[in-house]
Design a protein. Structure first.
Length: 434
């Protein structure tokens, strides 16, 4: 508890009373007693001011997509008989989800701002502040803890405490239909059925079963048929029969010490998320591999290919938190294989840069019967020859979509504020123009 008066005021009041007694001055004694009593009452009031005061925040959503609006309600209640003459609430909010209908102040912490509300509470009072936020950046956005301050009626003593705990809003990257980002129709990398397939035929046989009318002849195992004296069909490992692994390279500049190009980074994340969504909606097993890490993690993101009902949500959540600093070259991550890159999976690389090592890794994957496709997110020409590896450029289409997203944020927040928020919440070290 803080005080405008030091502990010496007690001694001063007692001295005043003692002096009044010695001098036989009733007014002096009364004054000292009055000040002592008022100070004691004020101190006690301040000590009790935040007792049974409850504060909580309520988010309408715990997960949202970039560009969406999220409701926020702040609840404050006084559940004791003693009124609270004044109380100040200072809530910590993420800068990347600015309020559309409230004023905030800088917090001195990167990525955070303060919302302040001041009021008074009678016994049993309950107050509520409804607010709306606009999620302008993907990420794991933290709320709280809030700080409550109150004290006595005279402002001589005050008390502070943390309240509301900590909440997190996960903002997914935007996703677009593949034609919107320049990847053609529902078969952006080749034929899904018939002809050349981006999803190759299964390559791992795990057994045989009796032939069922409709099985293709190439699935018939003639040796097993001869042994069993009846038609037998090969049984393939189902989790690897139709798998797409999205491999995102978070490096946007040639050297890690140069930092990152925030536009190319976000573009790559959006493209990766859009491809992942299309693969999931086509009922493919979906995996994710990137050389970026989650916040406070010490290893790159790797999600094994799977068809879990929540697989797309897992991939989008990982992409939401992917940081801009590469833990290792993407070529090295592709060499590690493992669960994230099952046999026969189609690999879609999303990259702003191309290196000789990455080309070599992709060529090895092709020799191992993986279908490989590269999606180029930058407009700058590559000096590295990718040979026969198919490459699709999406920079032109993405620039238009990025401009649309900026106009959407400006319509919600106002042009100056939208541009300021986007600039302040971008990765700090920017590279040269694209």
């Amino acid at each position: 508890m803080r005080s405008l008066l030091t502990e010496a005021w007690i001694g001063g009041c007692l001295a005043l009373v003692f002096a009044g007694v010695l001098a036989g001055s009733a007014p002096l004694v009364g004054l000292g007693a009055l000040v002592l009593g008022a100070g004691g009452a004020a101190r006690l009031w301040a000590r009790l001011a935040l007792e049974d005061v409850e504060y909580r925040r309520e988010l309408s959503e715990r997960r949202a997509f970039t560009g969406e609006q999220v409701g926020l309600r702040l609840h404050l209640a006084n559940r004791k008989l003693l009124p609270v003459p004044w109380i100040e609430l200072r809530e910590r909010l993420p800068e990347a989800a600015p309020l559309t209908d409230g004023h905030t102040t800088p917090s001195g912490q990167h990525g955070a701002v303060y919302l302040t509300r001041s009021t008074s509470l009678r016994s049993g009072d309950r107050l509520e502040w409804p607010l709306t936020m606009h999620a302008v950046r993907r990420g794991y956005h933290r709320f709280g803890p809030a700080r409550l301050s109150s004290g006595d009626l005279f402002g001589l003593f005050d008390r502070e405490m943390d309240a509301g705990g900590v909440d997190t809003l996960i903002v997914y990257p935007r996703t677009y239909p593949l034609p919107d980002i320049g990847l053609g129709s529902d078969r952006p990398f080749g034929e899904l059925r018939g002809g050349r397939r981006i999803f190759p035929d299964p390559v791992r046989v795990i057994g045989v079963r009796d032939y069922v009318p409709g099985d293709p002849l190439k699935q018939v195992d003639w040796k097993a048929t001869a042994r069993a004296q009846r038609l037998q069909s090969r049984l393939y490992e189902p989790s690897r029969a139709l798998a797409v692994v999205v491999a995102l390279d978070v490096m946007t500049l040639a050297h890690t010490w140069e930092g990152t190009d925030p536009v190319l980074l976000e573009r790559g994340v959006v493209v990766a998320a859009s491809i992942a969504r299309a693969a999931f909606e086509s009922h493919s097993a979906l995996g994710l591999l990137t050389n970026g890490a989650l916040p406070e993690a010490d290893r790159p993101i790797r999600l094994g290919a799977g068809r879990r009902p929540d697989q797309l949500a897992r991939v989008l959540e990982a992409l939401a938190g992917a940081n801009p600093f590469a833990m290792a070259p993407l070529a090295l991550e592709l060499e590690r294989r493992g669960e994230a890159l099952p046999i026969g999976a189609s690999v879609v690389v999303v990259a702003a840069l191309m290196t000789d090592d990455l080309v070599a890794s992709l060529e090895r994957l092709r020799r191992e019967r993986h279908e490989v496709h590269v999606v180029k997110t930058s407009s700058a020409p590559w000096t590295v020859d990718t040979g026969s590896i198919p490459v699709t450029e999406v920079a032109f289409h993405m620039e238009r979509l990025e401009q649309d997203a900026l106009m959407e944020a400006e319509a919600s927040l106002g042009p100056p504020r939208a541009r300021e928020v986007l600039a302040r919440t971008a990765p700090r070290r920017e590279g040269p123009a694209r």
